[in-house]
Design a protein around this ligand. Sequence first.
Ligand code: G16
Length: 548
Amino acid sequence: SMANSYRTVYAFAREMHPKTVKADIQYGTAGFRAKANNLGYVMYRMGLLAVLRARYKRATIGVMITASHNPEPDNGVKLVDPMGEMLEQSWEKWATKFANVGDDQLEETINEIIKEYDIPMTDRVEIVVGKDTRPSSPSLAKSLTDGVLALSGKPVDYGIVTTPQLHYFVVCKNTNRKYGEPTEEGYYTKLTKAFKKLRGETFTNGSYKNRLLYDGANGVGAKKIKYFQELLGNSMKIQMYNDAIIGSGKLNYMCGADYVKSQQKFPTGVPVEPNTRCCSVDGDADRLIYYYMDENNGFHLMDGDRMATLIASYLKEILEKTELDLNLGLVQTAYANGASTEYISKKLQVPVACVSTGVKHLHHKALDYDIGVYFEANGHGTVIFSSNAKDKLTETAKNSSLSEERRHAAEALLTLIDLVNETVGDAISDMLLIETILHAKGWDIQQWESAYTDWPNRLMKVTVQDRNVITTTDAERVCVTPEGLQAEIDALVAKFDKGRSFVRPSGTEDIVRVYAEAATREQADELALQVARKVHEMAGGTGDSPQL
Ligand code: G16
């Protein structure tokens, strides 16, 4: 019978990658995340699932081993669908099931999914694997490829790469190289070629200087930026910091995009040079944050909202020059600063949508537009262009009966598309895009900042027994359970000028996140603190009552 045909899967699981943890885990915001030493069996099982998914889609599937912004002892795994999207949501429940069944139920679960989707099990499929710099990653990659091999899939290991590089490889393979060469070199060449073309012969312009301090978060982003710098030559001077050796324990520690954004602090390891543009990437280089320190040691943060507005305003400008009828839209989450949302919708007159946290939700919504810009406030985002947009731009650029201005604008946009990693948010590609726009506008970071003033805001974490007691609706802006919590939050918010606050369970850490903004720094801090204490009180808080 069919049920016997995957016995080796079980044998392998039992002997090499036995399930060591009893508690169930969930496929969260960005796949599975846990302490690395608890993840061997999960990796093995994701190897199995990746092969099943690849056979079902008749395409190459990607698997990234990373815990991104989490501390070094954590690790995780996320599956990448054929066109670079995160694993389709309807399969997340299968991922969760695969991770949680007993070793002896694996065969049965495989048979179940084959039956449900009528998966052709003889197709030869490739699974593209990447990993970040965590010391636990190589052995987890071994567990993963064992899973791939157990179902006769072909693992293609790209070694240490950024998450966005892995997404890029998957798309290159599935588009028959139309998107680019599925190699690291192909990736660097595509991006740097576009960058240099847009930059032209003059590397500085107006107040823009082409020097940038770059915080690599002691991770893969530090390793890979070196290849860029080599290819960029004198067009960009990237001074890199935080490139500690693998296994030093310093990954994301007091540095990197998540630290800078959530602590609103200058990272350790980067020299403080007043009024100098700096940026940080996170542990797998899919998030980017800009910032600078002023001459009075005041810290200025330029987060995902800022990048989104800069990009959207620039795209709007060029788009107008093409005179093409293409719609441009922006997607944010509840974490977007209220001031940014107002600036985008009222001043830029670009439509804004708000969706739940997680790139999968933003990416999906951005597909509604010809040109969709999406960014989470934490610095995770990109731009996607519809095929309608690409076709129209290509026609316009080629049409010699049109004005030179129109043709040039279309050509510039087409080059810009090559600079953007459309497959997923990509810190390095985003950085090159921001640098391109600042250069084009002749702006320094202060001019960029002057577009609007952020409402002061505060992020806090609350530890609770079970974070899933908190459920939300309306793109996470309204808390449904525990009953009565939202009414309490409303009452607190009403006491603060320009107050806004919401709470939600994290999908990557075992905590509840609290966000608050208000008219002043003190009020934002106080509102966050009061809401955090309410959560602690009503949602089964553990440990001491929250402190700022
Ligand atoms: C991941 C996701 C992001 C999300 C972040 C925090 O980022 O890719 O979309 O914003 O986690 O999610 P949560 O608030 O649910 O913990 P990364 O950079 O860690 O992969």
